[in-house]
Design a protein around this ligand. Structure first.
Ligand code: ADP
Length: 458
């Protein structure tokens, strides 16, 4: 009769499943680099040309509106660019419901326009509800729409496919800028949509405006994605457009899709496979599903459910509350990792309050260790993506800054340190030359700067 396994014994199994060795990371980096190169040749995504040409000069000034449709919130911002890396921002956030994400696409954009109208009425109109505009004058708007779109110019973009749990019908395959313009017209707003951008591109431009050492931007939110600046001559797939080969253009990597379908390069566990197969888009966004805020809590929940099924956890307790997909939020992993008490009181709180189950100290230590494994793997895989861009572009010796944004980056304790540690595991000491930092308000400010850059070019 075998002796009963302790929680520490169980942990060893998960430790080996979720831990990435430096050697394994370097293999991922190589495959990633090939994918980036190939993407620049093949039409469609990944590696989407953004038609954002070059870095901002810092002389962009004026008032710009930005609407940012993220995975969780809708943000409306008024950005006052003051030049020399300075700006002021006024913003309002509106929560999106799950129904809105699945409801008809035009309705979703109508909601965006409605929020924009409320914002403009509150923040820009005078006491009579009028805007101080000359006849025929319109306010320029940058629309941050963070789903993969194929573009031929900056103020237009066809949605390739929804990601991050969105599924609004009648939108994929259509020009979302045009759809949004129709909604703007419905509300009779004197606003001209001048730029359609991705949050990664926005963050890239905004962080370079503030810190010119920035060469790459990464978003760690509901989804995960990156952008960087590429030489037009190296973007094979737009050669026929005859754009000056020495010009530069931002590339939206759409790296969340790395290793989708072929599933050859990423170390997926059986929990990752369940996440994928039960998602609304099986096969897609393989890299993102191992990293982003939408999925980390679910991965941990699936491990817990496995141990419940095996009779290891919560024997004799009602566990139905834990058995509902996506109830275990990624924010709980942050809270568990930052619990300062020996008794792990925060973890007691999470499990009793949200899931009505009692835990032992050994179990709580196990949950915390498990969160650490899942969070650390996400950070180290992100380091692989960053390393692939750094290596492809030859940024290692000179070093560069990486502007990062999103709740996972900003709120998960130690996430940035783990990315940096990963970069050193990949590159050795030189990895220290690559430093990530929090890019403040990137998607909104970036959208404004790009709207301004677009205006200057015209
Ligand atoms: P967006 O939806 O625009 O990407 P965020 O950057 O806020 O917005 O990312 C939201 C994601 O971040 C959600 O998936 C959520 O689970 C996760 N998240 C929220 N709070 C935390 C936290 N404290 N720690 C880790 N992840 C978090």
């Amino acid at each position: 009769h075998a002796t009963k396994k302790t929680m520490a014994d169980h942990l060893r199994k998960y430790d080996s499943l979720f831990t990435l060795t430096p050697q394994r990371m370097r293999m991922v980096v190589e495959a990633f680099k090939d994918t980036l190169e190939l993407g620049l040749q093949k039409p469609q995504q990944p590696m989407i040309p953004t038609y954002v040409f070059g870095w901002p000069t810092g002389t962009e000034i004026g008032d710009f509106l930005a609407v940012d449709l993220g995975g969780t919130n809708l943000r409306v911002c008024l950005v006052n660019l003051q030049g020399e890396g300075k700006f002021e921002i006024t913003q309002a956030k509106y929560r999106l419901t799950e129904e809105q994400k699945q409801d008809d696409g035009q309705k979703l954009f109508d909601f965006c326009a409605e929020c924009l109208k409320t914002f403009v009425d509150t923040n820009l109109a005078d006491d009579n509800g009028e805007l101080s505009l000359r006849p025929g004058e319109t306010l320029p708007l940058g629309f941050t729409f963070s789903y993969p779109c194929s573009q031929e110019r900056i103020d237009h973009g066809v949605l390739i496919r929804w990601t991050k749990g969105f599924g609004a019908p009648n939108t994929e395959g259509r020009d979302v800028a045009e759809m949004f313009r129709q909604s703007l017209a419905k509300y009779k707003l004197p606003i001209a949509l001048t730029a359609l951008i991705n949050d990664t591109t926005g963050t890239l431009i905004a962080s370079h405006y503030v810190n010119p050492r920035t060469k790459i931007a990464v978003i760690f939110g509901t989804g995960c994605n990156a952008a960087y600046m590429e030489k037009v001559g190296d973007i094979e797939k737009i050669k026929s457009l005859g754009i000056d080969e020495d010009a530069e253009m931002a590339i939206n990597c759409e790296w969340g899709a790395f290793d989708s379908f072929e599933h050859e390069h990423l170390p997926r566990t059986k929990y990752d496979i369940i996440v994928d197969e039960t998602s609304n888009k099986p096969g897609e966004q393989a890299f993102e599903k191992l990293i982003s805020g939408r999925y980390l809590g679910e991965i941990l929940r699936l491990v817990i459910c496995e141990l419940i099924d095996e009779g290891v956890l919560f024997l004799g307790q009602e566990t139905y509350k834990l058995e509902i997909p996506y109830v275990f939020e990624t924010a709980f992993l942050s809270l568990m990792e930052s619990d300062p008490t020996d008794e792990l009181l925060m973890i007691i709180g999470i499990f009793t309050h949200f899931f009505a189950v009692e835990t032992t100290l050994a179990e709580r230590q196990f949950f915390r260790a498990l969160a650490k494994l899942i969070g650390r793997r996400a950070a180290r895989l992100s380091a692989c993506g960053i390393a692939a861009i750094v290596s492809k572009m030859g940024y290692l010796d000179e070093g560069c800054s990486v502007g990062a944004d999103g709740s996972l980056y900003n709120k998960y304790p130690g996430f940035a340190d783990r990315v940096h540690e990963g970069l050193q595991d990949i590159f050795g000491d030189k990895g220290k030359n690559i430093v990530t930092y929090h890019a403040e308000d990137g998607s909104g400010v970036g959208s404004a700067i790009i709207a301004a850059m677009t205006k200057l070019r015209k």
